[in-house]
Design a protein around this ligand. Structure first.
Ligand SMILES: Cc1ncc(COP(=O)(O)O)c(C=O)c1O
Length: 382
């Protein structure tokens, strides 16, 4: 089989208009954070209904800045599921705080207010619920719980740009962040954005993303603002270059079309696996929602004798890539050896050993889906 026949689990859709948008930035000679980044922030506010948006170099950077700005540090506990990307927990550790891992629903892989409430202690300062694979998680009860206990909430919305819950876009209320990393529905190669309805938090994060200065290079050089280059507090170098912002902005303009094509492919997978006893797609959350279909995740049923890792190898032999979202964070070596890694999370662990993400990207064809389904069913049936 030639490399050209290999079907990866993800391939960013790069249209001529995306390339033109990036070239325009190159030709302008202003390639770092500037007007295009500001335009991306405005468009994100538009799409999500958020009052404020601050674009940064990654979703991880957005979360790190948010936790830092909220004053999370040593002695504090932050509750988050272990079924997430490692950066969610790493950001907590890097600030000297303790991640408290909670379990998730066995079939949609998201946590809930009840599980979170059981993990709350006098030291809990924040909760990071994680929307999963494009599906939004039920936020109302979590927000009520956290508001009543004075606990901050930062939604990890890396997977759900464009998703809605009960008609409301994810990111329109409270604090959340999205990712523009290369596999995401909308990508800037890398990048992320923090959204909030808290003006003070947004202003602080805007300053913290660029050294904690009162103004960035664009403010000074292009907008003619006073070179107020004073450090207000020590900050980071987490700004998003216009080069990346241009790609993300161009893609964001067709977000609905991107989600629609992913939805159509996911429906084909759903149909193919509906009566397959060996392959268990994720269930949908029990709320009116629009799914962003970032990933098509399935689990190998207990009837499948082969390990998930061997299964992924078998798919690769057939020219098909698969992702793993996720190996539970508390099972990674660093966390395993910490007290906070010694937790009993039955649903998380069961899924951690069985999940795999099948190819899903806008340029896939119906034949590609059929090829994946044939291979998956064939391997599962032994
Ligand atoms: C659930 C989740 N949270 C956070 C992130 C971090 O986003 P980024 O890669 O942009 O730092 C990712 C990303 O890949 C993710 O899948």
């Amino acid at each position: 089989m030639s490399d050209a026949d290999f079907l990866p689990y993800c391939r960013p859709q790069i249209l001529k208009q995306d390339i033109d948008a990036v070239v325009r930035v190159l030709e302008s000679r202003w390639i770092t954070t500037g007007a295009v980044c500001a335009e991306l922030e405005a468009k994100i506010r538009d799409v999500t209904g958020a009052r404020f948006a601050v674009a940064v170099s990654s979703g991880t950077a957005a979360l790190h800045l948010a936790l830092h700005a909220l004053g999370i540090g040593p002695g504090d506990e932050v509750i988050t599921p272990s079924m997430t990307w490692v950066s969610t927990a790493n950001s907590i550790k890097l600030l000297g705080a303790t991640p408290v891992f909670v379990d998730v629903d066995r079939h949609h892989l998201m946590t809930d207010a009840e599980l979170i409430e059981r993990a709350v202690t006098a030291r809990t300062r924040a909760v990071i619920p994680v929307h999963f694979a494009g599906a939004p998680l039920h936020m109302d009860a979590i927000r009520r719980l956290c508001r009543s206990r004075g606990i901050a909430v930062i939604e990890d919305a890396a997977h759900v740009l464009g998703a809605t819950q009960s008609g409301t876009p994810v990111g329109s209320v409270g604090n959340a962040f999205f990712s523009f990393q290369a596999t995401k529905n909308v990508t800037g190669a890398e990048g992320g954005v923090f959204v909030t309805d808290d003006e003070r938090l947004a202003t602080r994060i805007r300053s913290l993303r660029f050294h904690g200065l009162g103004a960035d290079a664009f403010d000074r050089d292009q907008l003619g603002r006073k070179p107020q280059v004073e450090v207000l507090e020590p900050g980071f170098k987490f700004n998003l270059p216009d080069l990346c912002a241009a790609l993300a902005l161009s893609q964001l303009g067709r977000l609905d079309a991107i989600i629609d094509s992913r939805t159509a492919l996911a429906a084909r997978y759903d149909e193919a696996f509906a009566n397959d006893p060996h392959i268990l797609p994720l269930s949908r959350p029990d709320l009116a929602h629009r799914h962003a279909w970032h990933l098509y995740v399935v689990r190998l049923a207990d009837t499948v004798a082969m390990s998930r890792d061997a299964f992924v190898d078998q798919l690769r032999v057939r020219g098909i890539g698969a992702g793993i979202h996720f190996k539970a964070v508390h099972t990674h070596r660093y966390y395993r050896e910490l007290p906070e890694g010694r937790v009993k999370l039955d649903n998380t662990l069961w899924n951690s050993e069985r999940v795999l993400s099948l190819p899903l990207f806008p340029e896939m064809t119906a034949d590609d889906v059929a090829r994946v389904c044939d291979a998956v069913k064939g391997i599962a049936a032994g």
